[in-house]
Design a protein around this ligand. Structure first.
Ligand SMILES: [Fe+2]
Ligand SMILES: [Fe+2]
Length: 166
């Protein structure tokens, strides 16, 4: 497909974002399965929702790239980290979201400067959603710091109680 030269930079940014979204989707679904297995139902559920939200970003970004007549580079930008500790997971997720927010703010600004209003708005909207994730992870990390192992123990108890009722 002939690439629309006017949008070369937007397409590059979108493909960069795509790789990060794929990596993040996989990372969160990894956290989901590990923490579900450990019986931390609430955390597992959070990670699953976040993963689905990132997957929707993959879809929207890909559609935009195709609309701009670019080619979709459907590849993960980093391999999934095998983090099995809850606190480490939240710290890593928080870092990921912060760096994504920073990147999308920058990309949004650059796209506006190049008169690509739609991609500009897309990055803006995604940045807002990533801030939502950031907020959730920050709260969880704070709970973990405040209540420590009790926080996890309570989730495990709720999980086994539910299992015994089945
Ligand atoms: Fe995302
Ligand atoms: Fe996110």
């Amino acid at each position: 497909m002939e690439e629309n030269k006017r949008y070369t930079k937007s397409i590059e940014r979108l493909n960069d974002a795509l790789g990060k979204e794929i990596a993040t989707t996989l990372q969160y679904i990894y956290f989901h399965t590990v923490f579900e297995d450990a019986g931390y139902e609430h955390i597992a559920h959070l990670m699953r929702s976040a993963s689905i939200s990132e997957m929707r970003h993959i879809e929207h970004i890909s559609e935009r790239i195709l609309f701009l007549q670019g080619s979709v580079n459907m590849n993960s930008s980093f391999p999934t980290r095998q983090i099995n500790d809850v606190r480490e997971a939240f710290e890593f997720a928080l870092k990921l979201e912060q760096s994504t927010v920073d990147t999308y703010n920058e990309y949004s600004r650059l796209c506006a400067e190049e008169d690509d209003a739609v991609t500009h708005r897309m990055f803006q909207e995604m940045a807002a959603e990533e801030e939502g994730h950031l907020d959730i992870f920050r709260t969880e990390l704070q709970n973990l710091k405040d209540y420590g192992s009790q926080y996890l123990a309570l989730q495990s108890i709720a999980h086994s109680k539910k299992a015994s009722e089945k």
